[in-house]
Ligand binder design. Structure first.
Ligand code: AMP
Length: 191
């Protein structure tokens, strides 16, 4: 089993690169953002609750995303491995993920951090907002808030894995293909 966390700020290319990586390596893609948007589309009670927070640029509670991930792990017992995209976003989520994987006798193998310059990130997110229909991508105020929350709550997750010597920094400012090649090189070095 090979479990990979693709880590990075909003707009760093996690979604695009995850799609390509799961195809190449046969992993199950677990994007908490996508899973929450699916709940919103279904108008489930969890989706209704999540939408209020997502539209404001805030994180949803840890229990909510940890519960979703737990269910997905349970539903994909035969998986060759998982690619976690947009999760964990807090140190608490990171610790919960380690516990969920340990219960299943597996662990995180690699944490790849997509590093992109801040101005480029803002530009990418606002650009994506023009076509994605995502309210949280279109409003500059909300985008700014998401970056502030990223810095406050999510960057400590990178430090957490760095202290365990598990974090690998990948340049994410080049083209989609250049970034993909850099990610694959790192994965193959580690696998
Ligand atoms: P994303 O598509 O990963 O940018 O996620 C969109 C939004 O969903 C985020 O801004 C959060 O409001 C929420 N979200 C996604 N993943 C998480 C997570 N792991 N923890 C808390 N909130 C999350």
């Amino acid at each position: 089993m090979y479990n990979l966390i693709l880590f990075g700020p909003p707009g760093s290319g996690k979604g695009t690169q995850s799609g390509k990586l799961v195809e190449k390596y046969g992993l199950v893609h677990l994007s908490t953002g996508d899973l929450l948007r699916a709940e919103i589309a279904k108008k489930s009670p969890l989706g209704v609750e999540a939408k209020k927070l997502i539209d404001k640029g805030q994180l949803v509670p840890d229990e909510m995303v940890v519960g979703i991930i737990d269910n997905c792990l349970e539903e994909n017992k035969e998986a060759k491995g998982f690619l976690f995209d947009g999760f964990p976003r807090t140190v608490n989520q990171a610790k919960s993920l380690e516990k969920l994987l340990a219960l299943r006798k597996t662990a995180i193998d690699s944490v790849l951090f997509l590093n992109v310059d801040h101005d480029e990130l803002v530009k990418r997110v606002l650009n994506r907002g023009k076509t994605s229909g995502r309210a949280d991508d279109s409003d500059e105020e909300i985008v700014r808030k998401r970056f502030a929350i990223y810095q406050r709550d999510t960057e400590p997750v990178a430090n957490y894995f760095n202290e365990k010597n598990m974090l690998r920094i990948i340049t994410g400012s080049g083209s989609v293909d250049e970034t993909f090649q850099a990610l694959c090189k790192e994965i193959e070095r580690e696998k």
